[in-house]
Ligand binder design. Structure first.
Ligand code: HEM
Ligand SMILES: [Cu+2]
Length: 701
């Protein structure tokens, strides 16, 4: 269905919304499509109305959208990820509801909630969203928030670049969102393999939505990698040697290096597919010398490191929380550092296991199979280290510890099913079945999702000044664990029974009980999502009882727990002089850790700027115009980008200076407050007595 191209509107016209489909034929699939579009429209209207009614536009613009403060940028990344998470989980539920009703016959294969094409859009947007617009912004957001604080730095090395990266990520997410209403998304899965996604087989706008979302957000992530790396190399506080950095900083460094080397491969494979589609190149076509294997190869050079980009920050979080909540020092710090770096390096040597069945020789397959199994070793080392950290500790069963326990149980199973798949001869049997779907959710949900939610729970007080409700936090975690077991364990069985992945239909009635179980699990996942948002809401309502102005609610040992909660823009009144690995813990052991600096000086912080917003606006214009072939807009937006860079390059930009008197006043107030708050023991941590000042006599970690 190719449409005429108008010089002004490109391929856009009134027929591109899902309402047209609904009017043409009312069925469950078109109702779901139009319903989703309506949720998007109503959500946008409600958002605008709320901002207007509360008069929040100004504060939103001044305090958030134009801020170059890494902590705020981090929070915005996480907010974006949570919105996208809601969509991703709902899509997962719709797919499970579809398959639970999709038993067909050979004569009548099509049945179930949504049409086959719609189902294909669902797994494509779900996978794309979960990887690029949930997992990535969650971890990049958390690193942005935590890393400078842990390093004793004021901000990222390049604060405005950081803002631009956020903008580019948001553009990608916005493109995927808008495809609900305007046109359709691609149906080639999150990997968008050609030749199916070439112009011959997928002529519509769907693949282009994916390509431009990936290209633009991918550039943002590459820049983020550089920013993190330079920050770690250059912005550490004096005395913060590499081997004194908290483990989370180490995993951030691994992520930074991996982003720099892995993301360009994705940009290249997507760029080549763009050339194929727009300019009739033949990199990946069936004819004229094209070869799709080149796509698979380049894509997975990004794709496999990517899964470790996703998981390593979670490993960092688990290192921090296993130690803090056990009141013990992290066991095997050096081995954890070596294991993280080994994972980062080995992860670049295994990509071929994603196409064991696509025609290379047995010898090559074996080499990559072995490399894949080897990566289990450093991962195993880490699991033992965390367990040894908790061993004989006084472990408090807080929400992050529930996530960690769920991770221990489930991630190991997922890792083991990965080792099974790493054997090429087994992979021949189960690849492209739901066994694989079970495997990767089995590592990605306990790893990435639990890890990031645990991290959010742990550092939340630093961002907003109050703790999250522990009871609801634990309920959420338990629901995510239980929901996972019901949703994905049946898929292992189904895969072995022969259920292909990405299949809108099946004919074997024996599959049905397992499909129902998985459907029930998806309901639990929806409940977990609701519980997560309820945790935020109920904690917000109860925030006075949960405030922790002392800033150290869990009796932590790393630098970030020495500042007030919420942490001020400048983080530390003076850049700290680090003397030990767990510097704050060391200060506590020496007694009187809250002794303030003798004198204060002016602090320079990056000034607010609309640069990121403007670049993002131009990026969105470019992408949207390219998707819909609106050439004049594409040219204008494209030219706007170097234009904006040039204008900023010529501007004289003064940093924001916070006068010493203001810093001194705020800091003295904080120290005065700490002196007047009652210290609490670890046993009282969950009670309202927790005001963020721990009992130092208890500190052992
Ligand atoms: C929370 C509940 C979730 C449910 C119910 C769910 C469900 C599903 C379903 C039904 C599929 C399609 C399976 C098939 O091909 O037959 C799928 C695919 C996928 N999911 Fe999930 N999922 C969930 C969470 C996640 C999370 C948290 C991530 C990653 C962070 C994720 C990443 C993916 C990816 C990458 C695909 C592959 C898409 C493709 O085939 O191209 N999912 N999921
Ligand atoms: Cu892989």
């Amino acid at each position: 269905m190719s449409r005429d191209t108008s010089p002004i509107f490109g391929k856009l016209d009134w027929t591109v919304t899902p309402y047209t489909d609904l009017l043409r034929d009312v069925n469950s699939s078109t109702i779901v499509g139009a319903g989703a579009a309506s949720v998007l429209v109503l959500g946008a209207i409600a958002g605008v109305a709320l901002l207007t009614y509360m008069r929040w536009w100004g504060p939103l613009y001044r305090n958030w959208l134009t801020s170059a403060d890494a902590k705020k940028i981090g929070i915005m990344y996480i907010a974006l990820a949570l919105v996208m998470l809601a969509r991703g989980i709902i899509e997962g539920f719709v797919m499970r509801a579809h398959q639970a009703t999709a038993l067909g016959t050979l004569a009548q294969p099509e049945s179930g909630l949504v049409a086959p094409d719609h189902f294909a859009q669902l797994f494509s947007t779900h996978g794309t969203i979960m990887i690029f617009f949930v997992a990535m912004p969650l971890l990049i957001g958390l690193i942005n928030f935590v890393l400078p604080q842990q390093l004793g730095a004021r901000d990222m090395a390049f604060p405005v670049l950081n803002q631009v990266s956020l903008g580019l990520t948001a553009v990608g997410a916005a493109l995927v969102m808008i495809s609900l209403l305007i046109g359709k998304f691609g149906t080639g899965g999150w990997t968008m393999y050609p030749p199916y996604t070439g112009i011959d087989f997928s002529p519509g706008e769907g693949v282009d939505y994916w390509l431009w979302a990936i290209l633009i957000s991918g550039i943002g992530s590459t820049l983020t990698g550089m920013n993190f790396a330079v920050t770690i190399f250059k912005e550490r506080a004096p005395g913060m040697h590499f081997m004194r950095m908290p483990l989370f900083c180490w995993t951030s460094l691994c992520v930074a290096i991996m982003l720099i080397y892995a993301m360009p491969a994705l940009t290249v494979s997507s760029g080549m597919l763009v050339l194929d589609r727009y300019l009739d190149f033949h990199f990946f076509t069936n004819d004229a010398g094209g070869n799709m294997m080149n796509y698979a190869n380049i894509f997975w050079m990004f794709g496999h490191p990517e899964v470790y980009i996703l998981i390593l920050p979670a490993f960092g979080v688990f290192s921090e929380i296993s130690s803090t909540y056990s009141g013990k020092r992290l066991y095997g710090y050096t081995s954890l550092v070596i294991a993280s770096m080994s994972i980062a390096v080995i992860s670049f040597t295994v990509w071929l296991h994603h196409f064991f069945t696509m025609g290379q020789s047995a010898g090559v397959n074996i080499a990559f199979g072995i490399a894949t199994m080897i990566i289990g070793v450093p991962t195993g080392v880490k699991i033992y280290d965390w367990m040894a950290t908790m061993w004989r500790g006084r472990v408090r069963i807080t929400a992050p510890i529930v996530y960690l326990t769920g991770f221990f149980l489930l991630f190991v199973i997922g890792g083991l099913s990965g080792i099974i798949l790493a054997n090429p001869s087994i992979d021949y049997q189960v690849h492209n079945s739901t066994f694989l779907v079970a495997h990767f959710h089995n590592v990605i949900i306990p790893g990435v999702l639990y890890g990031m939610l645990a991290g959010i729970h742990y550092w939340f007080p630093k961002a907003f000044g109050f703790r999250l409700d522990e009871a609801w936090g634990r309920r959420t975690a338990l629901l995510f664990v239980g929901g996972f077991i019901f949703t994905f364990m049946p898929l292992y069985v189904l895969g072995l029974m022969g259920m292909p992945r990405r299949s809108p239909t099946f004919q074997n009635p024996d599959f049905l009980p397992w499909m129902y179980l998985a459907g029930f699990g998806a309901v639990l996942m929806l409940c977990a999502l609701a519980a997560l948002f309820w945790t935020f809401w109920t904690s917000y309502r109860n925030r006075l009882a949960l405030t922790v102005p002392g800033g150290d609610p869990w009796n932590g040992s790393t630098l970030e727990w020495s500042s007030p909660a919420p942490v001020p823009e400048w983080t530390y009144p003076r850049i700290p002089h680090v003397v030990a690995r767990n510097d704050w813990g060391e200060a506590k052991r020496r007694g009187d850790p809250w002794k303030g600096p003798e004198e204060y000086s002016d602090i320079e912080m990056p000034a607010n700027t609309a640069h990121g917003l403007l670049i993002a606006g131009a990026g969105f214009g470019l992408a949207f115009a390219m998707v819909w072939h609106i050439w004049w807009l594409a040219v204008l937006s494209f030219l706007a980008i170097p234009g904006l860079l040039a204008v900023r390059g010529m501007m004289v930009i003064e940093p924001k200076v916070i006068p010493a008197s203001e810093v001194a006043e705020a800091d003295r107030r904080f120290r005065h407050q700490v002196a007047n708050l009652t210290p609490i023991t670890r046993a009282e941590e969950e009670t309202e007595r927790n005001r963020g000042v721990p009992d130092l006599s208890e500190f052992a970690g």
